[in-house]
Design a protein around this ligand. Structure first.
Ligand code: PLP
Length: 448
């Protein structure tokens, strides 16, 4: 384990090999595939990442919310290795294999709601969202989909259409898919409504009454899709009653409620699924990222009769639910349950939040500190009253953290949010060391 100041000491200058690889990357890899940290990783274990020059870093981004069970957990690696020796691929849509069915059953058991459920598998978060929309349209016979300002659902044409951040995501890639309607997200910190959280919740829900008169006939809407806590959009948590209110609106109008748990799912927020915090059972859920510790896998899980509405051959794909990925997911979920990672997320979240609140008291430029479990964001602003986003300072703090050996990333439609997504196997010592680095970096950047 890393101790004391060892971490900062081992982060040195880049070697000739890293510099050569960066040069080759810029020559052969498409410009759009940008990398925010100029290192090449050799290996990683738990919460520690090592680059090809032997520099070691603490991980506070978990492969953007993927390695929630830590890097390369032994049991997951064993499961992948065993499966690799037996079968790499057959395409489940032709000849079947057991791990696919076992994982579908497991997800049906652990997702919210006592009703009979079914699952289907694809490869990425965006693909899961695409399929959830297809299934919702097949079930309802309707076309309209409602998504939210500052929501993120992926980079394919349909999911970009559902997403709400112009640059760099949407700019120049239109025209977008039709029949997508955006509504304002109840952003408690940045909301235009200067009222209490409860009043804001009510006002944002009441907005739908106007929307259904002015924008779209509710009988034309197939589904409302949203993230329980917005991820890329800035770690925005809706007010407590908002999900329940949405559930009522959906039930009233025969609209399906889709929880996009691609980033929030699998213990990250202190429960297996974040929507459980809001006491709501969605009709469909999209899952990916943490599900398989890094193997490409995503799922749509939902009510049996809804999932069955897209009949034989209408959904699927060559690689979806690959046997290695399914075995990795089964082992990851087992690891999460056996090690109670949901409780660990709460404990880690509390410790990070306590440190951040103290820092916020010292630096008013930390405009907001918010989180659910171990999904935490801080928003940097030029001054607390005007709340003008400070993207440059967020970038500077992140760069300073990297220099000192902590990998952490940004978020938010204004790029001024710093997000905390540590692997949930982080030790107390690693947590302390990471927060020490973070505080030092904030002091260096903000105290001018
Ligand atoms: C909530 C949410 N949905 C969908 C996606 C898209 O997932 P992928 O990048 O695997 O396509 C993401 C990715 O960050 C996400 O956070």
């Amino acid at each position: 384990m890393l101790k004391g100041t060892e971490l900062a000491a081992v982060v040195s200058e880049q070697s000739g090999r890293t510099a050569a690889l960066i040069k080759a990357k810029s020559e052969y890899v498409a410009e759009g595939i940008s990398s925010s940290v100029p290192i090449f990783i050799k290996q990683a274990k738990g919460a520690v990442i090592e680059d090809i020059d032997g520099n070691r870093y603490l991980d506070f981004y978990s492969g953007i919310g993927v390695t929630t069970a830590g890097h390369c957990p032994d049991s997951v690696v064993d499961a992948i290795r065993n499966q690799a020796e037996a079968l790499l691929h057959s395409c489940f849509m032709v000849s079947m294999y057991e791990p696919y069915v076992k994982l579908a059953q497991k997800l049906a058991e652990i997702t919210p709601g006592d009703m009979p459920k079914k699952a289907m598998f694809v490869n990425s978060g965006a693909e899961a969202v695409e399929n959830a929309v297809k299934i919702a349209r097949a079930y309802t016979g309707r076309q309209g989909i409602i998504s939210f300002e500052s929501g993120f659902h992926g980079r394919t044409l349909l999911t970009m259409s559902l997403t709400s951040k112009v640059k760099p995501y949407k700019h120049g890639f239109g025209p977008y898919a039709p029949e997508i309607y955006k509504v304002p997200f109840p952003n408690v910190y940045r909301g235009q409504l200067h009222v209490s959280e409860d009043e804001a919740c009510r006002a944002y829900l009441d907005y739908f009454e106007r929307f259904f008169v002015a924008e779209a006939d509710p009988s034309h809407i197939a589904a409302i899709i949203l993230e329980p806590v917005q991820g890329e959009g800035g770690f925005n948590i809706p007010p407590k009653g908002y999900w329940k209110g949405l559930r009522e609106i959906c039930d009233k109008h025969g609209i399906l409620l889709i929880a996009d748990e691609v980033q929030t799912g699998f213990c990250r927020t202190g429960k297996m699924f974040a929507v459980e915090h809001f006491d709501v059972v969605p009709d469909l859920m999209t899952l990916a990222k943490s599900i398989a510790s890094g193997m490409p896998l995503s799922a749509v899980v939902g009510k049996k009769e809804i999932m069955d509405s897209a009949g034989a051959g209408r959904i699927g794909g060559t690689y979806g639910g690959n046997p290695l990925a399914c075995e990795a997911a089964l082992a990851t979920i087992r690891f999460m349950e056996e090690n109670d990672l949901a409780s660990k997320a709460l404990a880690i979240g509390e410790k990070i939040m306590a440190r951040l609140k103290k820092l916020q008291a010292e630096f008013p430029q930390i405009g907001d500190t918010r989180g659910l479990g171990a999904m935490i964001g801080i928003e940097l602003v030029k001054d607390p009253a005007a709340k003008e986003p400070d993207k440059a300072s967020a970038a500077a703090v992140i760069a300073e953290c990297v220099k000192q050996g902590l990998l952490i990333i940004g978020a938010g439609i204004y790029g001024n949010v710093i997000r905390f997504l540590p692997p949930l196997v982080l030790t107390d010592g690693q947590l302390k060391q990471a927060m020490d680095i973070f505080e030092t970096s904030v002091r260096k950047v903000l105290k001018k």
